[in-house]
Structures are given as structure tokens and as C-alpha cells.
Design a protein around this ligand. Structure first.
Ligand code: DUC
Ligand code: ZN
Ligand code: ZN
Ligand code: ZN
Length: 486
């Protein structure tokens, strides 16, 4: 059975043109004019874009004394409704510390539930010979990225020498190290200080995690990556200080990537001062929301390319779970939602306002993610032979975000009340329609697939700082002597 997506404007990371898309089975067969097939999907008046890829989710994650309420089933269904066809979820090691067991545990949980495709990152939360050995197993199992928490002292936090060892191992294996950049030692001290002063509410969360702590950690991680000769991916960049560190590193020739969240682009720190405790606590996440100046910096980074992708860090805890921290902000489970809303909010606040072009929107919600995580062009591309992960993106359907019409299991939504101007008319994952606007029928749980991500070929030519020192010198340019004709 073939399908043709008919009459839309195909919009990729680099151009927009009017064309039909022919799908056979799970794959894109052809993009061209007047294509014929067994079935037709109407894309008149809409953009046809590659399915969104959310590089950062925490579905059913055991964390801070509870487990994230969003399941693999509800999360991937909500994603589909929002135009996202793949999520890359973070595996945490269990009590035995084994990486292999953790990945198998994630498969056990996710496989029967997922409505669309998934991949995993693995968290490195300590360092020993077993971790060193099992990182290779992880890469062979299709997990080629490792996250390091520089915060959550006493729980997930890793020390600098461990991080350096792990980064060097990543360089050897062709894996991508990632960091949660916040200085965990300073955060722990500040939390205690504010708590002792009687600041027990959600505002204490924001006070104790200032942007300076994030910037310091981002700089430190970049230095360690440089010494280890590996690229680096900085997750949930929330502020100018971390963005500045990334910008500077890239200018020096380092492959450092930065991931702002849709929440950080559109919601600010005033949320933590809301008189309604539940309202504020629902928005407690790390790093926290920042001021408007930081938002401007993140938008500028997306425009200039110093920040490459937009994620959600979707870690969804219900109000009841948040209330565990009623008397102590330090134990409010950290996390907020956005998996379903990411594309619509970014379109509304980014494209409709003129900050991003539709092509830049595609780049940072899909194509750049696929490239950085090494699944391009199977994912993130509209080309012959790619997986038919496609969204018919309708810039004329508006909606007011509300827990009454979202697909998450959450009893609230941090974007509640946002009027978004675009929606997915159809979402296809590997050729199957998994969302159709107005029909609201959930695809079979378990139909989604784990997508292995291979090691990076660039591993063998890892850029070592010391190698860079012997690189050819820049040619000296003389502005007074410009050859004619240039
Ligand atoms: N930050 C959060 O807010 N939640 C999950 C983990 C993290 O780093
Ligand atoms: Zn330390
Ligand atoms: Zn994090
Ligand atoms: Zn996270």
C-alpha cells in the first residue's frame, strides 16, 4: 500500500517548495509533482515537515523519591499529537549500577507501551571499571550518548576526575558526552542557606540555582571535553552564561552543542513567585526558569546557530507528587512538561513572531537533533529512503492549551492558557498515521520502535586540544592588499 501526501509545501531545514510525498511501507519513496498512490493524505494549505524529535525526555523516571507520572505510552501518544515522532529518553542506572541492565530495563518498560519511536541516552552517575567496560556495551546496544550530572549532590552528581575519565572513554568509543551543567556543590550550600533563613517555598529553588552556577559548570565541562578531545552536548541551556560558554567554545573550533528548552524560551522566573503554591511548584525544574534577558539570549542563539536544538526535558510529576515538597522546596520533584506543546509553542512564539524562519524551526525541532545524535538521514530528513516520519503542519489551526485537551496524564500544563497558532493535522511515524486532527484515536501501544544510534565515525579523529596546537597556522590576511576582483 502506498500513500501520497498531496498538495502541501514541503519544508525542510534548507528550503520550502510545493511537492507531493510518496510513501511505500515505512519509507519515503519519492518527492515530486503529481504523484499517484493507493491513498491520499490532504496537505493543502499546510507545511509538510520531518517529524519532530525531542532529544530530552524522562518518561517513568524514578527520581526524587517518586516516579515521573508520564508513561512511555502516554508520553509517546502526547508527542504524536504534538507532531513529535521520536523521543530520546534518559536511562538511569538502577541500584546495581549496571549500564547494560539499565538499558534492558528501559527496553522492558518502553517496548510494550510506545506509540512512536524512541532512542536512549545513558546517565553516568559514578565511575569504576565496570562502567568503563559497559559503556562499550551501551554503544553496541545503540546508545551512543552519555549524560553527566554536575548537580544533584549526593545522588546523581559526578566529580570532575570521573567526568574526565568518562569523556575520554566517549572519545575512544565514538560516543557523545552530555552534561547537566550546574555547580552542584554550590547549589547544595545555597539551598541550605535559604532554607535556614526560612525560605521554604518554590522561590527558594530559583534563588539557590543562579545562572552563574550554570555558566561555571558549562565552562568547566567544556574545558574537560577539550582536554579529553571530544565534542560536548550541553543539555537544558537556560541562561546567557551557559550560552556564552558554548558560543566561545564554538568560535574556537570546538564541537559544542547547546539545547535550550521550549519552557526556557517562553516562561520566566516570575512563575516561582506566584501566590498559588501549586502553580509555582509545578514549574520547579532544574535549571529553573530565568528572566526575560536570558530568554532573549536563547532566541538569539537559535537565530545565530550558537544553539542548535529545542527540547523539553519532559519530566512530568502530578500536583500530588509536587506536594511532597510543601514545606521544603528541596524535595519538590524537579521537572515540567512540554512534549506535546514543543512544536506548537515554538511555531507561535518563534515563527509567527518572525524570530525563526520555518526552515530554522524544522532544523531545531528535528534535523539538527538527528544530525547531532547520529540518526540522520534516517530521521530528521525528507529524502528518498528516509523513514516516513512526517508531519502535515497546519498553520491555521489554533488552540488554547489546557489539561482538558492535552494527551499527557498530567493534571495541569505549564503552558495552560497559551494560544497556539499551529497544530499537526496528521502525524506519520514510519508511514503509519498515528495522529489525525479531530479524530483523536490513539495508535497501538507497542507499535513504536527503539532506534539504535551508531557510534560516530569521527571518533578516530577526535579533536584533541594538544593536536589542535600543531594545526596549520592561520594565513595572515592583509586588508591593505586585497586581490582585485574580490
Ligand atoms: N532536571 C529536571 O528538572 N528534571 C529531571 C532531571 C533534571 O535534570
Ligand atoms: Zn565536587
Ligand atoms: Zn538535567
Ligand atoms: Zn533532563
Amino acid at each position: 500500500m502506498s500513500k501520497v501526501i498531496k498538495g502541501g509545501m514541503v519544508c525542510t531545514a534548507d528550503r520550502t517548495w510545493k511537492a507531493d510525498v510518496l510513501i511505500e511501507g515505512e519509507t519515503i519513496r519519492q518527492i515530486g509533482e503529481d504523484l499517484k498512490g493507493d491513498e491520499y493524505i490532504d496537505a493543502e494549505g499546510a507545511y509538510v515537515i520531518p517529524g519532530g524529535i525531542d532529544p530530552h525526555t524522562h518518561l517513568e523516571m524514578p527520581f526524587m523519591g517518586t516516579t515521573a507520572a508520564e508513561t512511555f505510552e502516554s508520553g509517546t501518544w502526547a508527542a504524536a499529537a504534538g507532531g513529535t515522532t521520536m523521543v530520546v529518553d534518559f536511562c538511569l542506572p538502577g541500584e546495581d549500577g549496571s549500564i547494560k541492565n539499565a538499558i534492558n530495563e528501559w527496553h522492558r518498560k518502553s517496548a510494550p507501551q510506545i506509540c512512536s519511536d524512541v532512542g536512549y541516552h545513558m546517565a553516568i552517575t559514578g565511575w569504576d571499571e565496570n562502567v568503563f567496560n559497559e559503556m562499550k556495551d551501551a554503544v553496541e546496544m545503540g546508545v551512543n550518548s552519555f549524560k553527566h550530572f554536575m548537580a544533584y549532590k549526593g545522588a546523581l552528581m559526578i566529580e570532575d576526575d570521573e567526568m574526565f575519565a568518562s569523556f575520554k572513554r566517549c572519545a575512544e568509543l565514538g560516543a557523545l558526552p552530555m552534561v547537566h551543567a550546574e555547580n552542584g556543590d554550590l547549589v547544595a550550600e545555597m539551598q541550605q542557606k535559604y532554607f535556614d533563613q526560612g525560605i521554604t517555598g518554590p522561590e527558594g529553588h530559583a534563588y539557590s540555582r543562579p545562572p552563574e552556577f550554570e555558566g561555571e559548570a558549562a565552562n568547566r565541562a567544556i574545558t574537560i571535553a577539550d582536554a579529553a578531545g571530544t565534542p560536548l552536548y550541553v543539555v537544558h541551556v537556560s541562561c546567557e552564561q551557559a550560552h556564552e560558554a558554548i558560543r566561545r567554545a564554538r568560535q574556537k573550533g570546538m564541537r559544542v552543542y547547546g539545547e535550550p528548552l521550549i519552557q526556557f524560551l517562553t516562561l520566566d522566573e516570575s512563575e516561582y513567585f506566584n501566590k498559588d503554591w501549586d502553580h509555582a511548584a509545578r514549574r520547579v525544574m532544574s535549571p529553573p526558569f530565568r528572566s526575560k534577558d536570558h530568554q532573549d539570549s536563547l532566541w538569539a542563539g537559535l537565530q545565530a546557530g550558537s544553539l542548535q536544538v529545542v527540547a523539553t526535558d519532559h519530566a512530568a510529576f502530578n500536583t500530588e507528587q509536587k506536594r511532597a515538597g510543601r514545606d521544603d522546596f528541596r524535595i519538590i520533584p524537579n521537572g515540567s512538561n512540554g512534549l506535546e506543546e514543543r512544536l506548537a509553542v515554538l511555531w507561535t512564539e518563534g515563527v509567527e513572531t518572525g524570530r525563526l524562519t520555518p526552515n530554522e524551526f524544522v532544523a531545531c525541532t528535528s534535523t539538527n537533533v538527528a544530525k547531532i545524535l547520529n540518526i540522520y538521514p534516517r530521521k530528521g530528513a525528507l529524502v528518498e529512503g528516509a523513514d516516513a516520519d512526517i508531519v502535515v503542519w497546519d498553520p491555521k489551526i489554533s488552540k488554547t492549551i489546557s489539561p482538558a485537551n492535552h494527551h499527557s496524564v498530567l493534571d495541569y500544563n505549564v503552558f495552560e492558557g497559551f494560544e497556539v497558532k499551529a497544530q499537526s493535522r496528521y502525524t506519520l511515524n514510519r508511514g503509519e498515521v498515528i495522529w489525525a486532527w479531530g479524530q483523536n484515536s490513539q495508535p497501538n501501544p507497542g507499535r513504536g520502535r527503539f532506534i539504535p544510534r551508531p557510534a560516530f565515525a569521527s571518533a578516530s579523529v577526535a579533536l584533541s586540544k594538544w593536536k589542535a596546537l600543531t594545526a596549520p597556522k592561520m594565513i595572515k590576511r592583509d586588508p591593505m592588499n586585497i586581490p582585485a576582483g574580490i
